[in-house]
Design a protein around this ligand. Sequence first.
Ligand SMILES: Cc1cc2nc3c(=O)[nH]c(=O)nc-3n(C[C@H](O)[C@H](O)[C@H](O)COP(=O)(O)O)c2cc1C
Length: 366
Amino acid sequence: MSMLFKPGKIGTLELPNRLVRSATAERMADADGRPLPKLKALYQELARGGVGLIISGHMYVHPSGKCHPEMMGIYSDELIPGLAELAEAVHGAGGRIAVQINHGGMQCSPETVKETIAPSAIDADFLKHPPREMPPAEIELLIDAFAQAARRVKEAGFDGVQIHGAHGYLISQFLSPFVNKRSDKWGRGLVGRMRFLRAVCRAVRAEVGPDYPMLIKLGVKDAVDGGMTLEEGMGVMTALESMRLDAVEISAGIGGGRSSSIRKGIRSAADEAYFRPWAQKARKRTRLPIILVGGFRSQRVMEDVLSYGDADFISLCRPLICEPDLPNRMRTGLQERSSCISANLCWAEQEGEGIACKCPLEKLDR
Ligand SMILES: Cc1cc2nc3c(=O)[nH]c(=O)nc-3n(C[C@H](O)[C@H](O)[C@H](O)COP(=O)(O)O)c2cc1C
């Protein structure tokens, strides 16, 4: 009996199966962050392909948090009508869609922001330019920016909101002792470093109301020396229920960019589900539904993770760039394994290109 195609629930949101499209920056937006028509077509294709829940590419909640060119924005009410069209398109194709909201902090590109900001003015090799430390008033402003963005998500008709708390972006920066060196209430120890996330969740919940699905993608461990340890990450995990979240998707934090969260070369079952040990630990710390991402390629491994109870939902990014209809192909027995070879060639390298599978065709077993 397939666990993968059993219905599931995230808060009040009922889903037809356990497959989630993990947030994927599509790079299909104009200079103001408005989605282009090709994004609507992509979401419809994903919905028709049978995935239970689509999570949009990250959208910036404030202009100071635009991570890269062609990122979608959700920083103004003027953007609501264009976003509503996306939600409607997905619903029309029989799908469900949540929006991932984000602020890039120190990880924003020099192409999209004049200066970057962070909890503290740190420097590190992987930063394109060192950030400016945020004063308390700016912290409060951005908490509200997250809340207003979440209100827009709901007003546009989406099925839920996901707060991006992973991959070294602003929330991840607050959680991390590598970046957050503050001595005021927004820093010092895990409770202080968690305060920004807690305040964002409180403000979002106040805007969207008690029943609206509110998810988080959480980086539970940094990939830099002096960063957040797994034990601290599990401390954050334990606190999520009190932040009134409805589900947690597990990933990595600072330094958790392409090399650690988006691993290359997944060839065998042993390479798959690379964050599974973290999910197993998380299970003991929270009663929230767990969404696990990272390297899933075969139905066998997905079913195994679900049947052991290590996660409740399986989240896929690159396999759905490669084959948006993979869920239906698995459900009908046409295909057991994604054709994705995890070469990480799917990024858009030039403006106007958008994400696309660019791996050699002969490798794709279709
Ligand atoms: C092109 C591309 C864009 C991505 N954009 C996002 C994003 O907007 N938000 C996010 O949380 N993760 C993003 N990720 C990370 C994925 O959601 C996922 O965590 C990671 O790729 C591992 O899953 P996979 O092995 O199924 O690809 C992106 C990954 C890729 C390859």
